[in-house]
Design a protein around this ligand. Structure first.
Ligand code: FAD
Length: 417
């Protein structure tokens, strides 16, 4: 149940060392059996549990997390939300997510700090401008909002950009999506966790899934570091560790795991009030509510499970940023980190039943799955509850690799996380 605190009770709690505060979600002992088990307590796993309970009335559900909630990519990303993709299937998926994000603070009664400040994907050459026009046309035909910006528009939204005659990355214009922006990543995980727990979902942290229980050719549950847990259906939402878990279930996934890194600067006064992305420079940035510049770029190109990130990629990202925004040279970097992302050959997610009956997949989000969390949760919950695809998840089934129906969003998701 959600508790409400008055201003006076907040002060009292502060003075008492916050001993009277109820935890946002409960931490029960694992039961031997649930109707559904979700492996992975990131945004997608928690959202799946929430929609199973809320939309389908299935509350005998456990989310099993080996570490802490949001400790994977959900708490490591750069918080960009957008739906500016190229193909109709992707626009339907990411627009579903963005619409759900627009109502999520109210839905969860938890402020996810959605800030639809707009995003500009810059074009630096005439060829990139032509591509930008093509992307805008595709997005408009697919029914999502997009505008083709010229140099004057860029000046308006990015006044501190380097418009000098010798600029290495002249801004000729770009693709603008006004509904894009950022949302507080931890809040998304915590909001879903609290709401799911209030509906009866068990959230089991520090509980690692080590194996799958396979009987009669079907997944019947999981073996964990806290004992065996049986379930009618199991959902897998473990992002960068999907292929390792698939190997335990006896099949191979067409995904490769890479480190993707990001960094933040010291906090400064407001100076950048949009999300800016330059595919050409290999950099994107936004300013957080605290004032930090949140900066990211491309993948470390070597498959890896090392959550560190390498220096050459960081150098490319930062040099691109300071070429575009010379005044940012004065900023001190405070922190740098990486997460392990699972990339499919067409840079689109995989949602569907796995080759092991009873085990269902939500993976392959690669560099861009934070923005998709409400849709990923809705769609996996639908699949688990009904055994059938939702119309929107159908094209993202694993069978697309056998049928050759790839949804190649490499350009859309390139570095535009
Ligand atoms: C640096 C960086 C920047 C990014 N920026 C953006 C962005 O701006 N916008 C965007 O849309 N996306 C972005 N992404 C991608 C996005 O963060 C991910 O696609 C998304 O968070 C995936 O969510 P998830 O719930 O599937 O995975 P995760 O949040 O990684 O959750 C998976 C969980 O599974 C757990 N787990 C793994 N194995 C086991 C096991 N055996 N047993 C139990 N639990 C297990 C992990 O501990 C983890 O908590 C970024 C990613 C990174 C790394």
């Amino acid at each position: 149940m959600t508790r409400h605190y008055s201003a006076l009770s907040l002060v009292k709690e502060g003075l008492k060392g916050q001993k009277g505060w109820a935890p946002a979600w409960t931490s029960p002992q694992p039961k031997p059996r649930y109707d559904m088990v979700i492996v992975g307590g990131g945004g997608h796993g928690l959202a799946t549990a929430y929609y199973l309970a809320k939309t389908h009335g299935i509350t005998n559900v456990a989310v099993i997390e080996k570490g802490w909630l949001g400790g994977g990519n959900t708490g490591r990303n750069t918080t960009v939300v957008r739906s500016n993709y190229f193909f109709p299937e992707s626009v339907r998926l990411y627009d579903m997510a963005l619409k759900l994000y627009e109502g999520l603070s109210r839905e969860l009664n938890y402020n996810i700090m959605l800030s639809q400040r707009g995003m500009i994907s810059l074009a630096h050459t005439p060829a990139e401008m032509e591509m930008a026009a093509r992307v805008v046309n595709a997005m408009q035909i697919n029914g999502t909002d997009a505008e083709l910006f010229g140099p004057g528009d860029v000046k308006r939204v990015l006044p501190v950009y380097n418009f000098g005659p010798k600029a290495r990355y002249p801004a000729l214009g770009g693709v603008w999506q006004g509904r894009s922006g950022t949302a507080r990543h931890d809040a998304v995980a915590w909001g879903y966790a609290r709401a799911a727990s209030a509906l009866g979902v068990d959230i089991l942290q520090q509980c690692e899934v080590q194996e799958f229980l396979i009987e009669g050719g079907r997944c019947r549950g999981v073996k964990t570091s806290r004992g065996e847990i049986r379930a009618d259906r199991v959902g897998l939402a473990v992002a960068g560790h999907s292929s390792q878990m698939a190997a335990k279930a006896g099949f191979r996934l067409p995904v490769t795991s890479y480190a993707l890194q990001a960094c933040v600067s010291e906090p400064v006064k407001p100076i950048l009030d949009t999300v800016v992305l330059s595919p050409g420079a290999g950099t994107y940035a936004s300013q957080s509510d605290k004032g930090e510049m949140v900066v990211g770029g491309g993948l470390d190109r070597i498959p890896s499970y090392g959550q560190r990130g390498n220096l050459p990629v960081l150098e490319t990202v930062i040099s691109g940023l300071v070429e575009m925004f010379p005044s940012f040279r004065q900023l001190k970097l405070m922190r740098q980190w990486a997460g392990i992302v699972d990339v499919a050959p067409d840079s689109s997610p995989i949602i569907g039943e796995s080759p092991l009956p009873g085990l269902f997949l939500n993976c392959g989000w690669g560099t861009g799955g934070f923005k998709a969390i409400p849709a990923g949760g809705t769609l996996l919950a639908h699949l688990l509850a009904t055994g059938q695809h939702h119309d929107i998840s159908r094209p993202f089934d694993l069978d697309r690799f056998a049928r050759g129906r790839l949804i190649d969003e490499a350009a859309g998701s390139g570095i535009a996380h």
